[in-house]
Ligand binder design. Structure first.
Ligand code: G3I
Length: 346
């Protein structure tokens, strides 16, 4: 991001500050239910789309950079770190009293070529990953409240996935990553984050086994993120999600719904939008029923800035606000449930 663009983000930051006492937004109702309500943020759009920035500030009290802290963005060349976008988001969040979730330290996508094609030895890779984690987590110590330390390390069959990191460092890479993150910021809440294991099944069991093993070995992990990228036909049952959250809680782990979206065939019919609202509401209720579930985040705020249409042609309309920032039935459903949530349920 250019300096002038950055200055514009900061100016906008001031211009979009909520009036004191603004009520009945998701963030306000979530706070009363002792929950955080969040979204992934496209930091480029913060600069180019003022209405988007206003929407974020009004409705959400937790933000996750959608791409700004990924390896290829933040360390495009070995040892050269670029925090321009991440800094802009953290400043925006602080100006609006939002919590920040750092995303993501160990993942096998969005890795730079210098890393994947570098033919590094296991010792070199360990040193590179340690330095990467230390640099990011130290920079935002006390400002980024939680980190997705690792993501998507379990396969559909429930077994550990063969990834760039597992091949390069060996199976202990996950434990090392959590320990290094904890060393860099002992107060940060450290999370494992995955998709497709939210309810019942082999993957959910595999994630449970993985994090149970980390807990047994006293690896500093605090929470499990259930991503919840779903469609109307492949969503888990909310009851199974609640049961899964409870068994994770029994291990001493908090949970979050971290990346929820519900993709619909385009153009979205009114019936599909209603079913989408029911699905969002069901997952929120599952979270509200488990004291250790601390937040619900959607993977984007409005359908204008959503990854779905680019990755699933013909699908979209997956979020709570339409492309013009208008609230959809899912928004009103979520708001109704938050409004009736018992205060201080956690
Ligand atoms: O920024 C470049 C731009 O310079 C270039 O011209 C353009 C050409 O393709 O690409 C742009 O980068 C894209 C980036 O999004 C920013 O828009 C990447 O190609 C694209 O792959 C990347 O997609 C992201 C995806 O992760 C990567 O796998 C999505 O935005 C992001 O929503 C998605 O998020 C993931 C979570 O991190 C982990 N869980 C699953 C979730 C959905 O896949």
């Amino acid at each position: 991001m250019r300096p002038r663009a950055l200055a514009a983000v900061f100016a906008l930051t001031l211009a979009t500050t909520l009036p004191a006492g603004a009520a009945d937004t998701l963030r306000d109702l979530a706070r009363k239910a002792d929950l955080h309500f969040g979204t992934a943020v496209d930091v480029e759009a913060l600069d180019s789309d003022p209405a988007y920035a206003r929407l974020l500030a009004r409705e959400f009290n937790l933000v996750t950079p959608e791409n700004a802290l990924k390896f290829s963005v933040v360390q495009p060349e070995r040892g050269r770190f670029d925090f321009t976008r991440a800094d802009a988001l953290v400043a925006f969040a602080e100006a609006h009293a939002m919590r920040v979730n750092g995303h993501v330290l160990v993942w096998d996508q969005q890795l730079p070529d210098w890393l994947t094609q570098g033919h590094f030895s296991p010792d070199e890779l360990r040193a590179i990953l340690h330095e990467h984690i230390r640099t990011l987590v130290t920079r935002y110590r006390g400002r980024v409240a939680s980190w997705d330390v690792a993501a998507e390390a379990v396969g559909e069959d429930g077994k550990p996935r063969d990834t760039f990191w597992s091949r390069g460092i060996g199976p202990d890479y996950l434990a090392l990553a959590f320990r290094w993150a904890h060393e860099a910021d002992p107060q940060a809440r450290l999370r494992y984050n995955d998709y497709g294991g939210e309810g019942a099944g082999a993957k959910s069991d595999g994630i449970y086994t993985l994090v149970a093993d980390l807990r047994t070995r006293r690896v500093p992990i605090d929470a499990v993120g259930l991503q919840m990228h779903v469609s109307l036909s492949d969503a888990p049952r909310a009851g199974d999600v609640r049961i899964n959250m409870k068994r994770l809680a029994a291990l001493g782990l908090q949970t979050d719904i971290t990346e929820m979206d519900v993709m619909l065939p385009l153009p979205a019919s009114r019936a599909a939008l209603r079913k989408q609202a029911v699905l969002y509401g069901g997952m929120l209720q599952a979270c509200l029923a488990v004291p250790q579930c601390r937040s619900v985040s959607t993977w984007g705020a409005s359908d204008r800035h959503s990854w779905i249409p680019a990755f699933f042609p013909g699908q979209g309309a997956a979020l709570l606000f339409d492309a013009d920032g208008r609230a959809k039935p899912a928004y009103f459903g979520v708001r109704r449930i938050l409004r009736s949530a018992k205060a201080g349920k956690h």
